[in-house]
Design a protein around this ligand. Structure first.
Ligand SMILES: [Zn+2]
Length: 215
């Protein structure tokens, strides 16, 4: 099996595919967002620095993220492979990640890009509904994820609500920013013959099959 760098626009289904890989193949899911949140809870210098930066609304430097990544991969069960999620977001980060991989002697990895167009991503995002009671998530436009009865939670029978932060406008900004930022990263890995593009528009089982073909 290969380590994976997972790149996907909002609403492409990265979470679903990550869960599939962790459950079926024992992948370790490394999200840089989670790493930062966890690191704040430690009682050390890095935790102090991160807390100060985040509390003052500043971005945490790539050096810190890299250091956390390094610790995480170093401490990982070496018989397992990882999925890296949320990093790299730009060329500078891709370069520093190369250095880290060299240092840790990681050569066997693939970059999986879950490709989705704006209209499809928007539809999925606007289709997201959740149960205010048990928090279960659904999607009214997905055959696999829609509730059995329209607008009603399968678990507890409560009325489902739309996620309030998902307006078309905010989603477009989020999606465009992501694409602008990520496009150069995709080109970078394409040039290194590490990039595999999988269409997120297919049936979920076809996506799983494609991903299994890569790993
Ligand atoms: Zn419920």
């Amino acid at each position: 099996m290969k380590n994976i760098i997972f790149v996907a626009p909002p609403a492409a289904g990265k979470g679903t595919v990550s869960n599939f890989l962790t459950e079926k193949y024992g992948y370790i899911h490394i999200s840089t967002g989670d790493l930062l949140r966890d690191a704040r809870n430690n009682n050390d210098e890095i935790a102090k620095t991160i807390t100060e930066l985040m509390d003052s609304g500043k971005l945490v430097s790539d050096e810190i993220v890299l250091e956390l990544l390094k610790r995480c991969i170093d401490n990982m069960d070496k018989s397992k492979k990882f999925i890296l999620d949320g990093f790299p977001r730009n060329i500078a980060q891709a370069n520093t990640l190369d250095d880290l991989f060299n240092e840790l002697n990681i050569t066997d990895y693939a970059v999986i890009y879950l490709d989705i167009d704006f209209d499809e991503a928007l539809k999925r995002t606007l289709g997201r509904i959740t149960c205010p009671n048990c928090k279960k998530g659904y999607n009214k436009y997905s055959t696999e994820l829609k509730p059995k009865i329209d607008g009603i939670c399968d678990n507890c029978g409560c009325s489902l609500i739309t996620r309030s932060d998902d307006s078309e406008e905010t989603f477009k900004i989020r999606f465009d920013n992501y694409m602008n930022e990520t496009k150069p990263v995709l080109d970078y890995y394409k040039d290194k013959y590490k990039l595999v593009t999988i269409s997120a528009k297919q049936d979920i089982n076809n996506i799983y099959n494609s991903v299994e073909g890569v790993i």
